[in-house]
Design a protein around this ligand. Sequence first.
Ligand code: GLN
Length: 496
Amino acid sequence: MSDVTRATAAELGRMIGAGEVSAEEVTRAHLDRIAAVDGQVHAFLHVDAEGAIAAARAVDSARARGEKLGPLAGVPIAIKDVIATKGVPTTCASKILEGWRPPYDATIMERINAAGMVMLGKTNMDEFAMGSSTEYSAYGPTRNPWDLGRIPGGSGGGSAAAVAAYEAPLAIGTDTGGSIRQPGAVTGTVGSKPTYGGTSRYGLVAFSSSLDTPGPVTRTVLDAALLHEVIGGHDPRDSTSIPAPLPAIVEAARLGATGDLSGVRIGLVREFAGEGAEPGVAAAVREAIEALVKLGAEVVEVSCPHFEYALPAYYLIAPSEASSNLARFDAVRYGLRVGDDGQHSLEEVMSLTREAGFGPEVKRRIMLGTYALSSGYYEAYYGQAQKVRTLITNDFKAAFEQVDVLVSPTTPFVAFPFGSRTSDPYQMYLADLYTIPTNLYGGPAISVPAGLSEGLPVGLQIMAPTMADDRMYRVAAALETVIPPLTPPALSGSNS
Ligand code: GLN
């Protein structure tokens, strides 16, 4: 039998359903792969081998009883450590949550479990999802399977690296400013950010509640659509969840796979062209767009004049919301407690705990956000940023009157070496130059492999109107017929 870790999730689901391989065999193959390569990659913070095998056996017994299985039943999945998993450590890669085992599952976890999927473990990330390289994890960085000296993107670098290194066929990420798409781009995987409110935030540890969106990281577009269908749809426990059915995303991915894009209008954002992606990235993206034209798409240039203010607006809104959300880590309710020795007041315990438990980037965000929200500055900073957000939303709406989707590079640069952007926060923030506008608007966007630049993956970003997630899957799947999934150079210890 060929190595099941190389199969797509769709193939694995079919093989398990047909009895060609058991869910337990598939799970064990992935656990073996993790044992062989994760010492180098460090995609996982916690591997739940026992739980995974039990879940796989349950699927195998259900099949033996003649129960009908869903398309992803028995398929293993890795979960970003910002998603609450009942009884399984959930740290957000922070010391402040060390040892915390949530007493409940996030809604998306309930749906993943109900679909018979098998959770392998929890993946590494920048602390509280703040970062673009996974270097801000309190537990050490994840390495990019394409080059172990480079970052796998962030904040969801662990999820993307696990998928790229064949440790899991699928993973869950969360995207507040680009944390699914940017790691997807730099690891040569598919990263899909659904419409805000299209996937539930219940049980996602909040960073910036008006932006946070969970979504799939996969190796193929069809797999992303299949996983999106499992986790998506209305959730009454999330007040911003959209009470409407999901668009027909799996059908759209299948339609795109026919390679026909006739009648599809694609917009290039004029303002992005001047923003300087590095030459190798720009060249790969140009070729990908030419490929879309060959498949029948029509390309036009559109103007989104306020996109240039997206980055500063985001770095006021996201830290403001974070400073409020992170107030709950008070040494009483969760995890770490420092100085509780009878010598310190409650306030001192809180302050000592937050001092010891939060890393430097998280502290920077809390300070930025607290300042932006403080009386006297609120209007000038937070209020102004909210106005910019409206202007960006209007730019998207105007653009989508002319075109079906917008495309751009996902990131201005390929995976960078460790340490090269940590001394200047602005250099790190630039990684999300092209992904942030979509978060401020709330629409869906996907990053798909667009080839290589100097041997490292480049991503094409496809953005669509809110609740038109189907459009991005169609275009993404069409591109895949021309640029097939990328395979990173073999890691030593590889079991293939
Ligand atoms: N890199 C961005 C930040 O640091 C985005 C993070 C995210 O999407 N979670 O805030």
